[in-house]
Design a protein. Structure first.
Lengths: 401, 116
């Protein structure tokens, strides 16, 4: 909704768009409380937003300040209704969301603020919800949003889908932000769980819109979308009824969403055109291998190791190497895996990464070296702030006797 | 660039509503919309408003009477202000007005700038 309104009012007046949406939502709450939720709530909201915008424009049309931003067609009673209807048509809304994605992911805005801006303008999250999702306070998020909006004004960033020659570069930023947003929801165990689920769902929704537009329908987008589907399929199986984390080994594979897995497979096939292999392709392939294995023991570790090796070549990431060590431990045993870890464990990226000692703890545990296993589990516990992770590591540590 | 006022007289689309089907009305209004949109895209559209059919006339001695008391075909039904270089261009713009599908007329007047 904010996207549509931003096109009407211009990026410099993004606050007006946000205010109108805020008013509409309040009105919806009031009205729905009295009359019940309408049959098609989103249509109701759009109609309400349209009327609100109409009111606003009628009141403000004499003011020069807005007039410069707004097309004269929205200032004439001859054309205002029809023009607004066009803005609120379904295809236009999708295009506007796409435009907004490109605006939010502009490279002059840092990644943290990009994601905050996406959540505020495209997903309708409130400041305090965003703050909760990132375990920070409202004023930090407000500052991030303020700075991002200042940048938009300062650089006079246009509300548009980039031209084909620029799209290649710009789309990488959008994909990265969506990837981070999804991970924030999927991997992080911090923040309130319902918000995390929303984060992942919103990332998937936006990625879907991107993939449906000619500008965004490229193999990389489809690969990222496939990755989201594969991970999403396992979302609910990862946590038990008490909110404890379940390891891949312990998950009930019957709870995995087979429809999402099938959708992911179709997408991954569609993504396998062209000669460019992105990290999203490889990560999707890794997730795919996990999804199609009937049980943990049936996992095709050899394939996984191949994928990890490509991923390491592409990213040079020690985190990828750490993950490959887990795969190696399944093929060649814990000693081989530890040898890999010894080579990478001094990397800066892994310095405070709790999964490094946690993995070492697992490997020593498998070697029945309980003293070392306990030692590393205890270190890992101090490095994570998530209560669920802490609980899991404490449990493991207590088993080392 | 000068500004020109286009006064739409008679053929008032508002009254079409009663005379024709809603579809025909819609289709006719669509044409007005398209015409103005095209002008806007060329940067020639500087505002327009439709007017209701009633009105008040105030004459000397502040005497107020209802309505412009004119024949239907002379009533001003709306106006548009456009940007044009000269009368020729403004007239060309006016010729595109859908009012000529009804039997209305357009009066083109140049807006006097800096004259008062």
């Amino acid at each position: 909704m904010v996207s549509v309104l931003t096109k009407i009012f211009g990026l410099t007046n993004i606050e007006i768009a946000e205010d109108i949406v805020h008013d509409v939502l309040l009105k919806a709450l009031e009205s729905w409380k009295l009359k019940g939720v309408p049959e098609n709530p989103s249509a109701w909201l759009m109609a309400a937003a349209k009327n609100k915008t109409l009111d606003f424009l009628r009141h403000k049309k004499q003011e020069e300040k807005y007039a410069r931003q707004i097309t004269p067609l929205l200032q004439s009673e001859y054309t205002i209704g029809h023009t607004l209807n066009n803005y609120f048509s379904e295809n236009e809304i999708k295009d506007d969301q796409l435009r907004m994605m490109f605006v939010c992911c502009h490279d002059s805005i840092n990644e943290e603020s990009q994601i905050a801006l996406i959540l505020k303008t495209l997903c309708g999250f409130s400041v305090s919800e965003i703050a909760k999702a990132f375990l920070t306070n409202d004023s930090t998020i407000n500052k991030r949003l303020y700075r991002a909006k200042e940048k938009l004004r300062e650089l006079e960033i246009k509300f548009e889908i980039p031209v084909p020659s620029e799209i290649e570069k710009r789309i990488d930023q959008v994909l990265k932000a969506l990837y981070l947003l999804f991970n924030e929801g999927y991997s992080s165990t911090e923040g309130e769980s319902f918000i995390r689920e929303e984060l992942a769902a919103e990332a998937l929704r936006l990625c879907l819109i991107l993939s449906q537009h000619t500008a965004g329908n490229i193999p990389k987008t489809l690969a990222l979308l496939a990755l989201m589907y594969f991970h999403g399929a396992r979302f609910n199986a990862r946590i038990d009824d008490e909110g404890n984390i379940l390891l891949l080994k312990e998950q009930n594979r019957k709870l995995w969403d087979n429809e999402m897995i099938q959708e992911g497979i179709i997408l991954l096939n569609m993504a396998s055109t062209g000669d460019l292999v992105s990290t999203y392709h490889i990560e999707a392939a890794i997730a795919y291998e996990h999804c199609i294995a009937k049980s943990y023991n049936d996992t095709n570790w050899k394939n996984l190791l191949n994928y990890y090796q490509v991923l390491i070549t592409l990213t040079k990431s020690p985190v990828a190497e750490l993950n490959s060590a887990i795969v190696i431990s399944e093929i060649d045993g814990p000693d081989a895996a530890l040898n890999v870890i010894f080579k990478i464990e001094l990397a800066d990226e892994l310095k405070n990464y709790y999964l490094l000692p946690a993995t070492k703890g697992d490997l020593y545990f498998r070697k029945s070296d309980m003293i070392k296993a306990k030692y590393f589990y205890d270190i890992a516990e101090t490095l994570t702030s998530s209560p669920f992770e802490k609980k899991l590591l404490r449990k493991k540590s207590n088993m080392c006797t | 660039m000068k500004k020109y006022l286009l006064l739409f007289r008679g053929g008032d689309a508002h009254r079409m509503e009663e005379q024709k089907s809603p579809e025909a009305w819609q289709a006719h209004m669509q044409k007005w919309m398209q015409w103005m949109k095209a002008l806007a895209e060329q940067g020639k559209f500087a505002g327009a408003e439709p007017l209701t059919n009633d009105g008040k006339v105030i004459s000397k001695g502040l005497k107020v009477t209802d309505g412009p008391y004119m024949e239907g075909k002379e009533i001003v039904g709306g106006y548009l202000i456009c940007n044009a270089n000269n009368y020729d261009e403004a007239v060309e713009i006016a010729k595109g007005c859908p009012i000529f599908e009804q039997d209305g007329i357009v009066e083109v007047r140049e807006i006097l700038e800096g004259g008062m």
